[in-house]
Design a protein around this ligand. Structure first.
Ligand code: NAP
Length: 311
């Protein structure tokens, strides 16, 4: 018996359970509410979607959980001192959705769409010089599953691509940076800065007034990772001063974004409701099922998230 512990609306939970059970005919994946207290002791593995930590704690023999989401910062926070291993979703469909989103919104910024939208409101006919993609420098914070896929997509579309990661990387046609000095060096050359870092104690508010000041005058930011990566007050200051031209934000420290947030009405911010790369139910279930089948065959827990690094 494998519990599916989640905070999804009931109708979505039913769809997930059906899709998981269809792919795992030798297992019985059930809703948390259906597990009797005596059965909880036997549970060693759970499938999770942003589970409440107190529900996980009811399974005293749980050894690992498979998340159906890619971002697992809440889980990592609640399980730091626990022996329970966390396996997160790594899905090519997700990487492909994210690279499409990063390309779409990079083109939006690259082709000055916010500026022309403002001009249209004022019935203002004014042409600006076109900068070729080959001269547009895009810096990506995070060169993991998503960051590397996005770098590749941007490169295919002719942009000058850079990336920054914790450990040094060597990626064809991408200028790679690491470490604090690498961050500053890359920021200083980024006309568009794309955030694809996991949220950890080391990345919380990493985009702050100091880093924003390092970006070129008139640069833009895309945050498709987690709201906590950017210090919003610092971003608002940088937008007001004109140092940063525009920000595309898909993620926020509190979601949904409060109706009274100043971000909604800001003329230089594009707000998206966390849609850049939604989990695809079918491919996610295929991957989770495959990982569980291979665990049953080999006894090996799939590669887990590092408790030391928090991602
Ligand atoms: P990942 O494969 O774990 O990659 C993380 C990257 O960030 C790696 O390159 C890592 O460096 C780098 N990194 C981590 N901590 C760092 C630090 N302190 N300094 C410098 N670099 C650091 O993660 P991913 O799958 O690409 O996903 C990234 C994030 O995207 C997720 O954590 C999630 O929050 C977010 N996400 C958002 C959506 C959405 O719809 N908006 C959807 C899915 C995921 P190394 O390579 O050296 O380890």
């Amino acid at each position: 018996m494998i519990p599916f512990i989640n905070q999804l609306p009931k109708h979505e939970e039913i769809i997930w359970l059906a899709a998981l059970n269809q792919r795992l005919p030798n297992e019985h994946v059930v809703a948390f509410s259906e597990i009797k207290p005596v059965e909880k002791k036997q549970v060693k593995l759970a499938i999770v979607a942003n589970p409440k930590p107190e529900l996980l704690a009811e399974f005293e023999n749980l050894t690992w959980v498979h998340s159906v989401w890619a971002g697992v910062e809440h889980l990592m926070k609640s399980l730091t001192d626990s022996p329970i291993e966390v396996v997160r979703l790594i899905d090519p469909m997700l990487s492909s959705a994210m690279s499409e989103a990063v390309l779409a919104w990079s083109l939006y910024l690259h082709r000055d769409m916010p500026r022309y939208a403002k001009q249209q409101k004022d019935k203002h006919w004014l042409q600006h010089a076109l900068i070729p993609a080959s001269e547009r420098r895009i810096g990506i914070l995070g060169l993991g599953e998503l960051g590397q896929a996005c770098a590749k997509q941007l490169k295919i579309n002719g942009f000058k691509v850079m990336g920054w990661s914790r450990t040094a990387k060597n990626i064809t046609n991408v200028s790679c940076y690491s470490g604090e000095s690498g961050l500053v060096e890359m920021a200083a050359k980024s006309d568009i800065l794309v955030c694809l870092l996991p949220l950890t104690p080391a990345t919380k508010w990493i985009v702050n007034k100091d880093l924003l000041a390092k970006l070129p005058q008139g640069s833009a930011i895309i945050n498709f990772a987690r709201g906590g990566i950017i210090n919003t007050d610092d971003l608002l200051d940088a937008l007001s001063s004109g140092h940063i031209n525009h920000a595309v934000l898909d993620v926020f420290e509190h979601e949904p974004l409060n109706a009274d947030s100043a971000l909604w009405q800001h003329p230089d911010i594009t707000i998206l409701p966390h849609i850049s790369a939604p989990t695809n139910l079918n491919s996610a279930c295929d991957i989770v099922a495959q990982n569980i089948i291979s665990f049953r065959e080999t006894g090996q827990v799939p590669k887990a998230v590092s408790k030391v690094n928090g991602y």
